[in-house]
Design a protein around this ligand. Structure first.
Ligand SMILES: [Zn+2]
Length: 139
């Protein structure tokens, strides 16, 4: 069942709403996510086109294909976005109880530091598998 959820950054200046439908959580262990978040980045699957954002958002273009957004005031991570279509993978931590999502997949699982790991039976995708999933089609 589709449900509307509301979240906010640490200081409350940025407010985000979205619709979810049995949402999945996705953890990413890549080097860039860890540098930006001091650990894995956990995103929440939302219904496409349902996201609304209000507040002082800063967007950093982190690569040719992606960007990362954060609150200008408190620095909270807001999303990992795609440059080509503007889609956003919202930070699960903005929402109470991580938006009610369940962890289903870990990206770049082989990049996870040796000192910790996530329990559970979610799919763990290697760097090679993750890149194959997201790489743009060859022209
Ligand atoms: Zn803030």
């Amino acid at each position: 069942m589709t449900e509307k959820i509301k979240g906010q950054c640490l200081c409350g200046a940025v407010r985000i709403a979205a619709k979810v439908d049995n949402p999945r959580l996705r953890a990413c262990h890549c080097d860039m996510c860890r540098q930006h978040n001091s650990g894995m980045f956990v995103s929440l699957e939302t219904v496409p086109g349902s996201i609304t954002v209000d507040g002082p958002v800063k967007i950093f273009k982190s690569s040719e294909w992606a960007n990362r957004a954060f609150c200008e005031t408190c620095g909270s991570t807001l999303w990992y976005g795609m440059n080509h279509d503007g889609s956003k993978n919202l930070a699960a931590g903005l929402f109470p109880n991580a938006g009610g999502g369940v962890l289903k997949v870990e990206f770049f699982a082989d990049k996870c530091p040796q000192g910790y790991s996530l329990a559970g039976d979610q799919r763990k995708m290697t760097t090679e598998e993750t890149i194959a999933l997201f790489a743009p089609e060859e022209e």
